[in-house]
Design a protein around this ligand. Structure first.
Ligand code: SAM
Length: 297
């Protein structure tokens, strides 16, 4: 009976909070969704259908998880808060169609940054089939999670992620704009970026200070050739270590020799005083390719 009102409604969330004495943990980025339109907007953006395999990051008290299950997905969720499994087991629907919750839902109590997807979920998911990631991400580690997903050896078919609006702007930023940086480059060299919907800070409990966006990332059909993804992301981060300084300045730690730096920048065919945010993605790829060859300088 209690399951009739969705978890992601103000009334039900409040009831769960009272029943289990839940205190939203700020240090874990706990802002629970209490807006059914936003939740269904995420389900719609992720295009969830019967039989989909979904990895959810941070199920919280289950508002999004519940709708993923009710829309037919099999869900494997990573959560770090050890007080939440009891709530999820009690509050998520015990039966989804003919299946039991256990058949459709697996909770992994683990920091998602330490996830070993293939080992963790190999017994639950079929890796020959599509895997989607869906999450209302904890704000304090949004960027590391996106980097970890982009660098993961498990290839996802789509990532539908709710994040701070400002982070979404960085994901879709183009060269020459203020928001363009390592995150934009790491993601745009792997995936298409589409901002699917905006969600007001009023849709959460407790209310965060900022609004959010839901971003859908799907693999690029033609990915640029990047031999060593971790090396590439690291080189890009080094190029932006002091965003206001020139590329030449930022490269000093990597290439102490001034002449070699000048040669590298000349090879890109750009102004020697160029700042990192004005370079194109293919120019970053060229820098990353050149630098291992210069390691013993
Ligand atoms: N999905 C729920 C919702 O939409 O209401 C909760 C979203 S809340 C913004 C983020 C969730 O991520 C919290 O439940 C939090 O405990 C969890 N979390 C925080 N850090 C995590 C980590 N490193 N790995 C996995 N989950 C984490």
């Amino acid at each position: 009976m209690a399951n009739r009102i969705p978890i992601g409604s103000l009334v039900r969330t409040q009831a769960i909070i009272n029943r289990y004495f839940v205190k939203a943990k700020k240090n874990l980025g706990q802002n629970f969704l209490i807006d059914q339109n936003a939740i269904l907007g995420i389900i719609d953006a992720a295009d969830i259908h019967e039989g989909d395999q979904v990895i959810e990051i941070g199920p919280g008290i289950g508002s999004l998880t519940e709708q993923l299950l009710l829309h037919g997905a099999k869900v494997c969720a990573y959560e770090v808060d050890s007080s939440l499994p009891e709530i999820l087991n009690n509050e998520l629907p015990a039966k989804i169609g003919d299946a039991s919750l256990k058949e459709r839902f697996k909770l992994i109590l683990k920091d998602v940054l330490k996830a070993d997807f293939k080992n963790d979920i190999g017994d639950f998911f079929d890796f020959d089939k599509e895997i989607k990631v869906v999450a209302n991400l904890p704000y304090y580690i949004t960027t590391p999670i996106i980097f970890a997903l982009a660098e993961s050896d498990l290839k996802f078919d789509s990532l539908t992620l709710m994040m701070q609006k400002e982070v979404a702007e960085r994901l879709e930023a183009k060269p020459g704009t203020k928001a363009f940086g390592p995150l934009s480059i790491a993601v745009q060299t792997e995936m298409n970026v589409k901002v699917a919907l905006s969600v007001s800070h009023n849709s959460f409990m407790p209310k965060p200070k900022v609004d959010s966006s839901v971003v859908v990332l799907t693999p690029l059909a033609n990915k640029p050739e990047i031999e060593d993804r971790k090396h590439f992301n690291w080189i890009v981060k080094m190029c932006f270590s002091q965003r206001r300084k020139t590329l030449n300045n930022n490269l000093k730690n990597l290439i102490p020799d001034a002449q070699k730096r000048a040669d590298l920048i000349a090879g890109l065919g750009v102004d020697p005083k160029i700042r990192p945010e004005s370079l194109s993605i293919s120019q970053f790829i060229k820098i990353a390719k050149t630098i291992p060859a210069m390691k013993n300088i």
